[in-house]
Design a protein around this ligand. Structure first.
Ligand SMILES: C[S@@+](CC[C@H](N)C(=O)[O-])C[C@H]1O[C@@H](n2cnc3c(N)ncnc32)[C@H](O)[C@@H]1O
Length: 220
């Protein structure tokens, strides 16, 4: 036994991809099509997807907001785990991506579960009049605004709901004083991590899957 985590090597990651974190053909094709359509390869990782699906089922979630949807990979991953009456609102700022997501949602037969909104989440969130409605807010958009997204969406969460955010390890640069890339985003994530850890009404942890998945449980 060791108190230090087992490093996920390429071989271990391949094992995960072929077992616990296997993605279905639809999702792997979606990644290929996204790349062919010129989208960057910055979706959540397969093990993050597997965990989010597990969480949605374990907590019997029904209503989710996603901020930052790219080609719809994480939105479709999560919606697959929702019950028939579940709803996921996917907010994406880029109108070309939104067109692509809508096509994919239709292809996946998930039109009844996913609503795609073409908007800047910074202006869209404050307009949502839905206090204590959502089981989870999942943020994977512009890193400079994570704190803003947390502040603007915490009232939308039910007590017992989860605020989740990707990139808690800041592209692997979280402990680097002089990050080699995206220094402003790395700084913003560090500040956000400090901020969310201080929230007394939330219980927060970080799972070291993908680039670090922050999970913050609303206590009251
Ligand atoms: C890392 S990608 C999302 C990946 C996606 N969650 C997945 O795993 O499939 C970030 C996305 O956030 C979008 N985005 C950036 N700023 C945004 C904003 N202010 N409002 C809504 N979407 C935004 C970008 O256009 C991009 O598609």
């Amino acid at each position: 036994m060791s108190s230090f985590p087992t490093p996920v090597t390429q071989e271990i990651f391949n094992y995960l991809k072929s077992s616990f974190a296997r993605e279905d053909d639809f999702l792997s094709n979606l990644k290929l099509e996204s790349a062919l359509n010129g989208m960057p390869e910055i979706t959540i990782s397969v093990d993050q997807g597997a965990f989010l699906r597990f969480l949605i089922k374990a907590m019997k979630m029904q209503y989710i907001i996603e901020i930052g949807s790219l080609g719809g990979y994480s939105a479709i991953t999560m919606a697959q785990a929702l019950p028939d009456e579940g709803q996921l609102i996917a907010i994406e700022i880029n109108s070309d991506y939104v067109k692509f997501i809508k096509e994919q949602v239709k292809k996946a037969g998930l039109q009844n579960k996913i609503t795609v909104i073409n908007a800047d989440a910074k202006s869209y969130l404050p307009k949502l009049d839905a206090k204590c409605t959502f089981d989870m807010i999942f943020v994977d958009a512009d890193k400079m605004n994570y704190k803003y997204y947390f502040d603007k969406s915490k009232d939308l969460l039910k007590v017992g709901g989860i605020f989740a955010a990707d990139n808690g390890l800041a592209f692997g640069e979280i402990v680097n004083e002089k990050p080699s890339r995206n220094p402003f985003e790395v700084r913003a994530i560090k500040d956000f991590n400090d901020y969310i850890l201080k929230q007394e009404d939330f219980h927060t942890c970080l799972l070291t899957i993908g680039d670090g998945l922050i999970l913050s449980l609303k206590l009251k």
